[in-house]
Design a protein around this ligand. Structure first.
Ligand code: SF4
Length: 409
């Protein structure tokens, strides 16, 4: 149970406070913030935590490709890939991406399709599109050199306060704080902050704390170490407090509240949705064509997976049957879909939707008076051609399914 009526811990007396400590106490008192200990307003406490953390990081940090040569570009790419994605998944993508686009210039020169193809399977494709757009801005406005002022960096597409702080502190040693999933949890536990980390007051407090904790020398190392301890020891469940270098200073450990801190964030309520995708094979008028081709399109701006290729598919709305889904989609596509046999079903999640995707073989017909040519941006592509187009994970599974079917026939 949370000790909701307990007082914040007073670890210090005002007698032993330094000037910066007084400033923090004043800030604390002028802000309404959730229940937490006050240990961190003591510079001695902050110095001891830094020492423990940095000593541990020196010995235990993982050897990651973006750490060996931390140029702004390399750190930037890694930070964007690591958003919402585990390190273990990112490493392989990172190597491939850097091999193909070793410089900002190379990235800016590539087409969006090439960049998305390197991102396929990582999800959250908007990240790749923003990265590419930002590379073009850097080439046009900063002579292909990653800018070094916080204001210029945060103005780039896809870069927020956390990413700007991470890039500039790690690659250039600028004294900028960071706050992301791992550090939210670690910092909350260090200071015994009981509120959910997403509450406004909690966020404000944690940013202030992150800033107060930064050492003058090598702040990027501190930021990396704080994220690393969150990934390796101070895990969401079952943190390894016995092996933790800051256990003696940690308020959550002292109070035995590791399981309650950080406070629970309101759970996402998932919505079930049934969507349909249609596999439409071209009817070749020319009998010399020996490879089957399938109907796909480049998804336009403003829709899910913009910039990727996809089969005709319903989104935004749940349908009861393939027939109704086919009718619903026909007006949008500019031709009629006539659903046939079901090929497979797939379950996947997109944001807050749990999707049951039903895949049907289908036929298409023009509306009365129209020609049999499919309107742009639709086109027919062979399986080999589909292999070279960037697609979502579920789109790629449909291609694999078609390939299997072709090899069995
Ligand atoms: S003592 Fe436990 S809860 Fe505190 S920082 Fe270390 S691992 Fe996390």
């Amino acid at each position: 149970m949370l000790p909701t009526n307990s007082e914040p811990t007073k670890d210090i007396t005002t007698k032993c406070l330094s000037k910066s400590d007084h400033a923090l106490v004043a800030w604390r008192e002028s802000n309404e913030s959730p229940l937490h200990g006050e240990c961190w307003t003591s510079s001695k406490w902050r110095a001891s935590v830094r020492r423990g953390l940095l000593g541990w990081f020196k010995k235990e940090s993982r050897d990651l490709p973006w750490r060996s040569d931390s140029t702004p570009y390399r750190v930037w790419v890694s930070e964007i890939m690591l958003q919402q994605t585990q390190v273990a998944t990112v490493v392989e993508y990172y190597h491939r991406f850097m091999d193909s686009f070793p410089t900002i210039h190379a990235l800016a020169e590539a087409s969006e399709q090439e960049v998305l193809a390197h991102w396929e399977g990582l999800g959250y494709y908007r990240r790749a599109r923003s990265l590419h757009a930002a590379a073009r801005v850097i080439v046009e406005q900063h002579d292909a050199k990653f800018p070094c002022s916080y204001e210029e960096v945060i103005a780039l597409p896809g870069i927020g306060r956390y990413t700007a702080g991470a890039i500039l502190s790690i690659s250039q040693g600028q004294r900028l704080p960071i706050l992301e999933g791992n550090t939210q949890r670690v910092f909350s536990r260090w200071i015994g902050m009981r509120g959910p980390v997403t509450d406004r007051a909690a966020t404000k407090l944690l940013w202030k704390f992150a800033e107060a904790m930064l050492p003058t020398r090598n702040p990027g190392n501190f930021n990396q170490a704080a994220m690393e301890i969150g990934a390796l020891l101070c895990r969401p469940t079952e943190p390894d407090c016995k092996g933790c270098p800051v256990a003696s200073s940690c308020e959550a450990n002292r109070l035995g509240l590791q399981g309650e801190i950080p406070g629970k964030v309101k759970k996402v309520v998932y919505e079930d949705r049934r969507e349909f995708a249609f596999v439409i094979k071209e009817k070749p008028s020319d009998s010399t064509i020996d490879s089957s081709r399938y109907l796909v399109r480049l998804l336009p701006e403003g829709v899910r997976w913009a910039g990727l290729w996809d089969f005709p598919r319903t989104t935004e709305q749940s349908y009861e049957s393939a027939l109704k889904a086919g009718h619903g989609l026909s007006a949008e596509l500019g031709f009629m879909i006539v659903p046939g046999e079901k090929l497979a079903s797939l379950r996947h999640a997109v944001t807050r939707f749990r999707i049951d995707l039903q895949i049907h073989e289908s036929d298409y017909r023009p509306f009365p008076g129209d020609s049999w040519r499919v309107p742009k941006p639709w086109k027919f592509a062979t399986v080999t051609e589909l292999d070279n187009l960037p697609m979502s994970v579920s789109g790629r599974k449909i291609v694999d399914r078609i390939r299997k079917q072709e090899s069995n026939s």
